[in-house]
Design a protein around this ligand. Sequence first.
Ligand code: ZN
Length: 242
Amino acid sequence: MSEPTGGREPGGAVSLVYAHLRTRIVNGEIPPGTKINIESVARSLEVSQTPVRETLQKLEADGLLDYSPGRGYMTTPVLDAEGLESLFELRFLIEPWSTRVVAEDRITNPGRRLRAELERFEAEISEGGDLRQLVLAHDSRFHGLILKATGNPNVCQAFEQSQAHLHLFRLSPVDRDGQIALREHTRIVEAIADCDPDAAEEAMRAHLQQSYERSAHVFDSESLGGLKRANAYRAHRHRILR
Ligand SMILES: [Zn+2]
């Protein structure tokens, strides 16, 4: 017999525990360096320990938990300045290029899908709820849609593995009402829908730059050095990526 799961299917219990813990870690309700007690999570969510263990492994893969045999699972530190730079160097390499590529292709142009995503997000924020989680989910879907539209699975995989959104949202509570994302994303969508690769690439680059600066404000100004390095790739982008 399997362990009780509070009347839920085991897979459903994993989704429930995962959503619960992930939200609490990203929102900072469970601070960095906190030990996660499997028994007490299972008890408070009325599930068995099996889905909790499975969830903790998923959160470890997301980079939100560390496991050590002696101490068990602990929440990881938030990004430091170096981690932030490293993440944005990756984003500057793949996202302006991806945005250009999808704006060039009239047949597979994702303009309509991206507009639908913006409309969905506007409807969600007007209904209320946990705005921070809505912004996180929208930003993740929006950037994912553009990368997926390139048809390059390696680009998508590199971005997914970075778990960029989880780490950025954990770092700094910017854009609380989602209006910044809406404004900057709209500019990107318009350029893509107009099949204007230069404007699309530039709009994505500006969005990343502003997003980096919003996140980097928690560190001292020296952390902006990494951005200069990322921007230096711009001069070589034709050689590197085209
Ligand atoms: Zn965004």
